[in-house]
Write a protein that binds this ligand. Structure first.
Ligand SMILES: Cc1cc2nc3c(=O)[nH]c(=O)nc-3n(C[C@H](O)[C@H](O)[C@H](O)COP(=O)(O)O)c2cc1C
Ligand SMILES: C=C(O[C@@H]1CC(C(=O)O)=C[C@@H](OP(=O)(O)O)[C@H]1O)C(=O)O
Length: 419
């Protein structure tokens, strides 16, 4: 089982993650992880924090000479901004209690975790909430996702993401189910990580106008995974269903409010005949589908078609235009003060969504196949791919062979017993 945990505050010294359950002998490239980290920092519409940080990770356990050892892998990321926050974020107790109060955050922002977190954990200083609820944590998920993507790539599975919509402006992608390279190149060339340059210009204009008005924007991201073996996840128990697990993974990203698989909410408006992905077979491909409305998942399992997962991100809650709130000390109404913030972070969120989907897929792969060593895992996946193109238990059940199979004899015996 793949397990991970993340730790760290937004303006604390360092973010950390520990991941356990990776096979031994998996090649891990720090450079590839750092490329993903840099992608998450990009995207038009972000605030000034991203000018301070240059996210470069360090691996401090579980990898030797570029290969995993099978022991827990620890990844850490220093916050460059910490040097500006040392007195606010110190570990030692503050001598001067009044200074502590003077610095406390006591004006909760609507749409953020501030108010509820303060009530729940008895925090009189809402900074104790916002430091951890901040999406700075998503940097660690991207590091984890890159490790997962490196594992998947060596098994022939690719994961990529793009921005489908910002502030109501939609740009659709043409998906090449064999290679996501083209999509990745288009996304890399776009300041908003979209795939249609006409739409892109409109989006940039909208972000500029929104920022000027002191407002913020949300949007929709789409993650695509290709090359998935058939049968990851399971229909046998609620918490094994891969569609449900992917939804949780995507919803766990800050500010995500909805998830769709395949045509998602649009399915509500269609006839059954329009959306079931009809089955076909040929020897090279094995079983495949004539369409992909259901996003590559049936019964909580991958069906071999590209996986399509979308997530909707609400607009950023911290606005330059003040919103009505209440001071938790005085209980008086006030209008929230202006703070440093992003105007939109949908592009960055697409990179995070790609990462969390990759982690969930890696988890599902490791559940299905033996994986003490990476070579063993690769061999098992290759064998299974051959099998699933032409499953042998079905081959013996052709008309000529059917009377000779064990299950046919059992069925005959059962029928006789009933008579
Ligand atoms: C990449 C990314 C960047 C974000 N940047 C900000 C930001 O600058 N300011 C802000 O108020 N919220 C930002 N958010 C959203 C908040 O973290 C989020 O709304 C908050 O933690 C409350 O959680 P919830 O929206 O999931 O309920 C960002 C989210 C993501 C994914
Ligand atoms: C630090 C990141 O995003 C931050 C997420 C965030 C929030 O409230 O979620 C608020 C902002 O932080 P700050 O108050 O330091 O400017 C963003 O910059 C990051 O993505 O690495």
């Amino acid at each position: 089982m793949l397990r991970f945990i993340t730790a760290g505050e937004s303006h604390g010294p360092v973010l950390t993650t520990i991941i356990e359950g990776l096979p031994a002998g998996l090649p891990i490239s720090v450079e590839i992880i750092n490329e993903a980290m840099a992608r998450r920092q990009q995207g038009y519409g972000r605030g000034n924090r991203m000018k301070i940080e240059t996210d470069q990770i360090q691996i401090t356990s579980g990898v030797r000479h570029g290969l995993t050892l099978g022991s827990p892998v620890t990844i850490s990321l220093p916050n460059k901004d910490y040097k500006n926050w040392q007195s606010v974020m110190g570990i030692e107790p503050l001598e001067d209690e009044r200074a502590k109060l003077r610095r406390a955050v006591h004006r909760p922002r609507p749409g953020h975790a501030d108010l509820v977190g303060g009530i729940k954990y008895h925090h009189a200083d809402l900074r104790n909430v916002l430091e951890r609820s901040s999406a700075r944590e998503t940097a660690m998920r991207v590091a984890l996702g890159s490790v997962a993507s490196q594992l998947l790539k060596g098994l022939g599975v690719e994961v990529a993401a793009y921005v489908r919509e910002i502030g109501g402006i939609v740009g659709e992608a043409q998906i090449d189910s064999l290679s996501l390279d083209h999509l990745r190149k288009q996304v890399a060339a776009s300041p908003v990580m979209m795939v249609d340059s006409e739409v892109e210009a409109q989006v940039i204009e909208k972000i500029d106008a929104t920022k000027k008005a002191g407002n913020t924007l949300g949007g929709v991201v789409e993650v695509i995974a290709t090359g998935l073996p058939i049968g990851l996840g399971s229909y046998t128990q609620w918490d094994k269903k891969l569609d449900a697990r992917l939804a949780q993974a995507v919803m766990s990203i800050n500010a995500f409010k909805g998830v769709e698989i395949g045509d998602g909410f649009e399915l509500a408006r269609r006839f059954g005949s329009e959306v079931m992905d009809e089955i076909a077979y040929d020897e090279t491909q094995g079983f495949y589908r004539l369409s992909n409305h259901l996003g590559g998942l049936e019964g909580g399992m991958t069906n071999g078609m590209p996986l399509i997962v979308r997530g909707v991100k609400k607009p950023i809650p911290t606005l330059y235009r003040p919103l009505q709130s209440v001071d938790i000390y005085t209980k008086e109404n006030y209008e929230a003060s202006i703070e440093r913030s992003d105007t939109t972070a949908v592009p960055a969120a697409s990179v995070v969504a790609e990462a969390v989907v990759a982690m969930e897929l890696a988890q599902a792969v490791l559940e299905k196949f033996p994986h003490d060593s990476y070579g063993e895992l690769q061999q098992a996946v290759t064998n299974y791919r051959t099998y699933s193109k032409n499953p042998d238990m079905w081959q013996s059940n052709t008309d000529e062979n059917v009377e000779n199979t064990d299950w046919a004899k059992h069925a005959d015996a059962a029928a006789e017993a009933q008579n």
